[in-house]
Every structure is written in structure tokens, then in C-alpha cells.
Design a protein. Structure first.
Length: 723
């Protein structure tokens, strides 16, 4: 293909672009080293992007300053205009087979044979058709052809061989004519209208090709060198139709090239429609063209890669480009150009607090921005708590602004009540560049807190002869295929039994299950909960018992002088767990644990104060542990008396005689309180399901202690037994 000739009709392909952009497009430099913003004009400001890398969050609202309301408040978002191409009627179907089967088995070997003898042998003895030879078909021919072949394929092959000698084959009125190539166009009697499959033709034909987008004369000029010796191309002036006379093989190739050139102007372009809010459509179009030029796009009419056209009536800008890399940049370019004039004025922003109270955020921002400023500075932040907190936070004000300075200079930050909506908001008045700094501080302070998934087991270990300390059971255990050993030679006689603590890297439930195999373990409580880092979590499994705190008798009430007034308070009992987790920067969890196990005992007969007593075991400690490890706390012991009564049903309850059918065994039991805590740091709240399934998969089968035989000893009904 001769490319210089193809370039001759390139200007015509941009004719539609010239018509579209004739409203004021100017030639600009070809390439700039860097994409810089256009020069500042009096009516156009290119300001830096103050929205940040992540843009404004859903809980931030920016209100425009007075006098700078958008001219198009209902401006639409950028619209992508897609060109829907019609079905390509030039797309030819797959070539059908020229014959159902290759029914000829030929072996042709000619070397210097006269052309009349060659054609006579093939047409008479092989194809059995009538033929006519032109007077100029007299040269000697040499070729070899052998194998299975169809009649149509043999005809095409012979036509290709003849073309090498300057001849052409075509069928007319049932005769095969062998003529010189220069005379073939004049003898092409078959006329094909449209873009039919040229490969279905056996000989030279005339194709009438209507064009839709490119001038036929330009196609004729650009593709004339692609014609074969027998080819001819005409372009009548009155119609946009191309007449092509060619052999089937070359006609098919030419039609594919013409089809690619005859494309709509918008077929390879991306269109976007923008409605500016602050600047005019003309200013936006000029700014976009200058941005594109600085980015290296060609905007000349001869080879346009980018254009922005002002639509005066609708005050919109139509952007067309052939460079797909520009599409992600367009929105940013428009945002930088479409800025309100005088954007250094004070604007109002509303920020909704996410985690911390609004007063806390206001105090932090006041300290960060007011500390380096003198008291008389107009840039000091004015903090005025509103709503219910106004009395506790007196306003801190800077110097009073002079008349006319309300909308310029200075910053103010106001924690505002949400009017009962449950949201804590801040009203911030600042210039955009100042608010960008305030917003960065707000995001750093008011980000989502870390969470801790806590798995807690509170258990009692029965002290027997083999187990001297309850914590022993948890320091050398086999969990699955792993053996957990904290000390190689653990001597618990030297360890203070009160407040002992070890850390094991294992699952708390698995540890309890393994410890139950070594000795009797009663689970008093096994909660698992989710807590925020730095926030307290409390679990109370038990009951509240009323107690008398004050008694007043002998009142002066004339109606009932013997009335006694009692003040009652409720005392929580049972298993009370108070945990305060805090995650540090290294991912470790600091736990402040307060554990209480209490019960209720009736007052002793004859006691001066007839109020129940509350024997309790309490543990307060702080420990730092890695996420996923288990901390074991122990050392709090209690001793109780237990009476076991064994009797024969019915007979053991008989008066007097029942003593012969029952026996009583009294003994003392010593238990130690052991607490196991396993924290898991939750980085992503979406992964909470994974933590839950992991913990639930390790839980053992807990059965209520009520399923055991009744015992006369008083045991907390919240106790459970692991078997």
C-alpha cells in the first residue's frame, strides 16, 4: 500500500470536525512538555483542588458564600454521549464453499507450452466448457498443478495464472472469454449493486458502491494505486457512488479498505456534555482547549484530537476527543476551571461528628489553630457551643470585626446541637484553604476506632492433691496436636497464689476443655463480646438483691406515729465482668480487667443488722497481650463446706426409721478462680463474621450444672460443668 497517496484524502475525513468546531477554534502549539493550567484571565480563575485525594466525605457539606450562588444551581453531571453505530451493511458474510466437494483429481504440468494448447486442454478435457481466446493470447506458459480441486477453484486458479501473463478470464453468455487485462473492464458484463460478497463471483465484475461519510472522489484518488492491471475505479460527480471494476480477489480487498475509510465522524470519538455552574460555557470551552493543548493534544483542524465547543443556547460545552486517556482527566479539568470568583472568601461548612463528641473536636481544633495566633488576630477561631452544652463551654472570641468584614477573613467553629436528631455537628466558617487544614485534622481525630473481639472464660478449678494451684492446669496442656508449655521447670510454690498471671497463645475454650481432662473445672461464665478500643464493656450474669441502707422510725406523722421508713438499694450479684480494651500502635491490646464473683448469704440469726451478706471474689488487673493470645489470671481461692446425703428413695424420708436408710458425708472443698481472656483486634468491620465463626467453632459443649445430682451445698445457679 502506498501511504503517501492515502494521505491525499485525509483532510476530507475531518470535514465534519471542521463544521462542528467552526465556532471559534484556534490553532495552538503542537506539544507542551508538561500539562500546565491556562494563564490567569480576568474572567477565569484556575484554583487548586481543595477536595483532597479522597474528595469530600458524605458527612461534609459546603455552603457557598453570599453573593456567589451558582448561576446554574441545577447543573447536570457530565453526560457521556455515545454514538450508536448502525449495522455495518458492508460487512460481508463468510465466504461460502465454492463446491460441495472437490470432485476433480488433476495433474497439470506445462513447461513452455503455447497458451492455446494449455487452455484447450483445461477447458475441453477437464472443465468441459466452451471458450473464446482473444488474438493476443499467444505466449508460452509454464506451471504445475496437482491434487484434489473443485471446478470453481480450478477456474479461479487459472484466472490467477493468466493474470501473470497479462490476461483475464470472465464468463459471458455461457462462454469463457480469455482476453487481455486492459480489455477486461470493458467486457465485465455482470453488475453488482451494493456491498455483496465479491468472493462469490468467478470473474471480473462491476461493483456499484454507495458511500455515506467520505466523498467518492477522495476514495478514488487515494486508492487508485491499489487497483490491479485489469481494475478500474470511477467516481461520478453528481452522486457519492464509487464504481469499481475488479477481479473477485482484489475487489474483496478493495471493499474492505473502502469500508474502513467510509466511517462516521463520531465513530472513533468520545463525546461528553458539561454544564458549568459558575463560569460561562465559553470560558469553560476555552479553558478545556488550553488544558488539552498543554497536555499534548492536537487541536488543529487538519488533525484534531480534542475539541470543546460552546453551545450558546443551552450554555453547555460539548467535548469531543479521540484520546481515551483524556477522559479520566476531564472531570478534574472542569472542576478546576468551574470555580466561583473570589473563592478566598469565608464559606460555611457543616461537619457531622462520627466518633468523638462535637465539643471535643471543637476544643482540639481551637487549640490547634488558635494557639499560635495573637489575641487580636482576625484569624482566630470563634468557638460558640450551642444547644444543651452552651452553659458549660463559654465562648472564646477574637476581636470584633469591623463593618464589611463579615464575609472576609477570620475563621469560626461552632459545635451545634442537631435538634434531637441524635447527630453531633460542627458549623465551621473558614476560607477554603483553611478548611482544608481543618478537615485533615478532623479526619485524623474523628476516624473510625479500632474494635476488639473479646472471648472470656471465668472458671473454678477444684484444688485436689495433684493440683496445688488452679493456674497449673493451663500451663502445660495438649490442645489438639500441640503441647503448650510456659515453663520448663515450673515451681508454683514460689509463685504468689494470689494474682498469678500467665499468657498463652491459644484459644480460651480449647484451654478450658483441655484443663477439664486434667481436673474438675466449673465454668461460671463464658461471654464473648465486641468492644471499641478505649470504651468500657460490662457483662453481668446474676441478679440484683435488695438491701436496706437506712431505717427511720418514730416519725412525727400524726396519722401513723409508728411508721418506719426504709431506704432500699439493689446490689448486683453473680458474675460481673468489666473490661476496658485499648489497642496501641503496635497492634497489642492493653486490658484493664475487673472481675467479681459474688453470692448472697442470709443474715445470721440474732444478728444486730438483719441484712444479707455478699461473699465475693474480686480481681482487678491490667495486662498487655498480643492479638489472639490468651491471658490466664488466677490465684483467688475460696473454701466451702459440702454435705452429701445418700438415701434410699421413700425409705430414707421416713420419720425415725429413715436414719437407717440414709448416710451423710461432710467434707470441705477448696476452689480457685481462674479467668481466661482472648482478645482479637478487628481491623475491618466487614471481617466480624470471620471472627465469630472462628470463636464459635472452638466452643465446647457446655451443660448446665442443674443436670448434676442435687447437692446440699449452696452453689451459684450460673455455674456450668465441662465434661
Amino acid at each position: 500500500m502506498n501511504r503517501p497517496h492515502l494521505q491525499k484524502f485525509a483532510p476530507a475525513l475531518t470535514a465534519a470536525a471542521i463544521l462542528l468546531s467552526c465556532g471559534g477554534c484556534e490553532s495552538t502549539p503542537e506539544k507542551a512538555e508538561t500539562a500546565q493550567a491556562p494563564a490567569r484571565r480576568k474572567s477565569l480563575q484556575v484554583l487548586p483542588d481543595l477536595s483532597g485525594a479522597e474528595g469530600r466525605t458524605p458527612f461534609e457539606i459546603a455552603l457557598p458564600p453570599r453573593g456567589q450562588r451558582p448561576r446554574n444551581p441545577g447543573a447536570m453531571a457530565p453526560q457521556d454521549l455515545s454514538y450508536v453505530a448502525r449495522p455495518d451493511y458492508r460487512a460481508t458474510p463468510a465466504a461460502q464453499s465454492l463446491a460441495a466437494a472437490r470432485d476433480l483429481d488433476v495433474t497439470l504440468n506445462f513447461k513452455g507450452a503455447p497458451a492455446p494448447d494449455v487452455f484447450r486442454e483445461i477447458f475441453e478435457n477437464v472443465l468441459d466448457v466452451d471458450y473464446v481466446l482473444a488474438p493476443g493470447v499467444t505466449a508460452d506458459m509454464s506451471f504445475v498443478l496437482s491434487g484434489q480441486i473443485s471446478r470453481e477453484e480450478l477456474f479461479r486458479t487459472l484466472d490467477a495464472i493468466a493474470e501473470g501473463y497479462g490476461w483475464a478470464l470472465h464468463v459471458q453468455n455461457g462462454l469463457v472469454h480469455v482476453v487481455e487485462s486492459k480489455d477486461a473492464p470493458k467486457r465485465a458484463a455482470r453488475v453488482v449493486n451494493g456491498w455483496d460478497d465479491a468472493r462469490e463471483r468467478l470473474s471480473t465484475a462491476t461493483y456499484v458502491l454507495p458511500l455515506s461519510n467520505v466523498a467518492a472522489t477522495e476514495i478514488q484518488t487515494g486508492l487508485k494505486d491499489l487497483l490491479s492491471a485489469r481494475g478500474l475505479m470511477l467516481a461520478p460527480k453528481q452522486t457519492n457512488v464509487l464504481i469499481l471494476v475488479e477481479s473477485p480477489e482484489n475487489a474483496e480487498r478493495m471493499m474492505k479498505v473502502i469500508g474502513e475509510l467510509d466511517q462516521p465522524f463520531f465513530a472513533s470519538r468520545i463525546l461528553r456534555l458539561y454544564t458549568p455552574q459558575y463560569v460561562s460555557a465559553k470560558e469553560l470551552a476555552e479553558g478545556l482547549r488550553q488544558f488539552a493543548t498543554n497536555a499534548g493534544a492536537r487541536t488543529t483542524a487538519e488533525a484534531s484530537q480534542f475539541n470543546a465547543v460552546e453551545l450558546t443556547r443551552s450554555q453547555q460545552v460539548l467535548v469531543t476527543t479521540t484520546v481515551r486517556q483524556f477522559v479520566p482527566m476531564l472531570d478534574d479539568w472542569v472542576a478546576r476551571i468551574d470555580q466561583p470568583l473570589g473563592d478566598d472568601q469565608v464559606r460555611t461548612y457543616i461537619y457531622t461528628a462520627q466518633q468523638l463528641p462535637g465539643a471535643t473536636l471543637a476544643s482540639a481544633i481551637e487549640a490547634a489553630f488558635n494557639a499560635p495566633l495573637p489575641l487580636e488576630s482576625p484569624d482566630r477561631i470563634n468557638v460558640t457551643p450551642l444547644g444543651s452544652g452552651s452553659s458549660s463551654s463559654p465562648p472564646v472570641t477574637g476581636p470584633a470585626p469591623s463593618p464589611g468584614e463579615t464575609e472576609s477573613g477570620g475563621r469560626s467553629l461552632t459545635p451545634a446541637s442537631s435538634g434531637g436528631s441524635g447527630e453531633d455537628r460542627l458549623i465551621i466558617r473558614a476560607r477554603p484553604e483553611v478548611y482544608a487544614e481543618v478537615r485533615d485534622l478532623l479526619r485524623a481525630l474523628d476516624g473510625p476506632p479500632k474494635q476488639v473481639y473479646l472471648q472470656v472464660v471465668v472458671a473454678e478449678v477444684v484444688i485436689t492433691g495433684d493440683v496445688q494451684f488452679g493456674i497449673e492446669l493451663f500451663t502445660s496442656l495438649e490442645v489438639g496436636n500441640q503441647t503448650l508449655e510456659l515453663f520448663s521447670d515450673a515451681n508454683f510454690l514460689t509463685v504468689d497464689p494470689v494474682g498469678s498471671a500467665v499468657i498463652l497463645g491459644s484459644n480460651a475454650f480449647a484451654l478450658v476443655q483441655a484443663a477439664a481432662n486434667e481436673g474438675e473445672v466449673r465454668v461460671l461464665s463464658a461471654p464473648y463480646l465486641l468492644a471499641l478500643s478505649g470504651r468500657q464493656a460490662v457483662i453481668n450474669v446474676g441478679r440484683e438483691v435488695p438491701i436496706t441502707t437506712r431505717t427511720i422510725s418514730g416519725t412525727t406523722d400524726a396519722v401513723d406515729p409508728n411508721r418506719v421508713d426504709n431506704s432500699i438499694e439493689y446490689r448486683p450479684t453473680g458474675v460481673i465482668l468489666d473490661v476496658l480494651p485499648r489497642v496501641n500502635n503496635r497492634g497489642e491490646v492493653e486490658l484493664r480487667i475487673s472481675q467479681e464473683v459474688s453470692d448472697v448469704e442470709d443474715p445470721s440469726p440474732g444478728a444486730a443488722i438483719q441484712s444479707p451478706s455478699f461473699p465475693q471474689r474480686r480481681l482487678d488487673t491490667s495486662v498487655t497481650v498480643n492479638s489472639g493470645d490468651t491471658v490466664v489470671l488466677g490465684g483467688i481461692r475460696i473454701e466451702r463446706s459440702i454435705d452429701n446425703v445418700n438415701k434410699i428413695p421413700f425409705l430414707g424420708d421416713l420419720p425415725l426409721l429413715g436414719m437407717f436408710f440414709r448416710s451423710k458425708n461432710a467434707f470441705r472443698e477448696q476452689t480457685e478462680l481462674v479467668i481466661l481472656v482472648t482478645p482479637q483486634v478487628v481491623i475491618d468491620p466487614d471481617h466480624l463474621g470471620e471472627y465469630s465463626s472462628t470463636i464459635l467453632s472452638g466452643m465446647v459443649n457446655l451443660e448446665r450444672l442443674d443436670s448434676l445430682l442435687d447437692q446440699e451445698a449452696e452453689i451459684n445457679t450460673n455455674e456450668m460443668l465441662i465434661r
